[in-house]
Write a protein that binds this ligand. Sequence first.
Ligand code: ADX
Length: 205
Amino acid sequence: MNGSDSESMRATYAHLTGGVTPEDRAHRNGRSGRVVWLTGLSGAGKTTIAIATERRLFDLGRPVYRLDGDILRAGLCGDLGFSADDRTENIRRAGEVAALFANAGILCLAAFISPFRVDRERLRQQIGPGRFVEVHVATPIEVCRRRDPKGLYRRAERGEIPDFTGISSPYEPPLAPELVLRADRDPVDVCVAELVGYLEKTYSA
Ligand code: ADX
């Protein structure tokens, strides 16, 4: 970086000097914001677990907010489809939004298939390893297919939905997630207790 570059950087960030930092907020709240990222196949139970976890944390008085693939795709990401590039962009935007919530001191629960390892690793680096909790909702594909709550697997198998995760588009499971939830084996309340237990144990300023 040359002299004039660093001058302009200083000018760009000057308005941040004296601003309220995430650390100031963490100090005030007694805990820092975080991103809890639920990844897994369609129909794995991500949204169900996220909704119940949000309710539980809210009832405990925790600042919490939930982002969901189906919701963001109806608005902020409404211009995106399911090609690899579009999914990467979808996760990038969702990660940016989740990071803003975390910076504001909120525990942000994010439920997205997010099938690509490299996209999730980018989030971990961007949000900060200590503030990013990767949760694999590891329901096997046979179970998701059998459950098929939205009838999407049936349609994908008939060739009606291109690039469908697990059928005609890959899902890359996390190699070292903070937590693995087996929503096929354990009832929702057990998964939620496990997640909330983990968060309460590790959630501090
Ligand atoms: S992601 O892959 O980009 O992370 P996201 O979580 O936002 O996906 O959206 C997934 C939801 O979109 C699914 O739960 C399902 O309802 C819907 N959907 C529609 N088409 C597809 C597809 N081709 N693959 C996966 N999910 C799809």
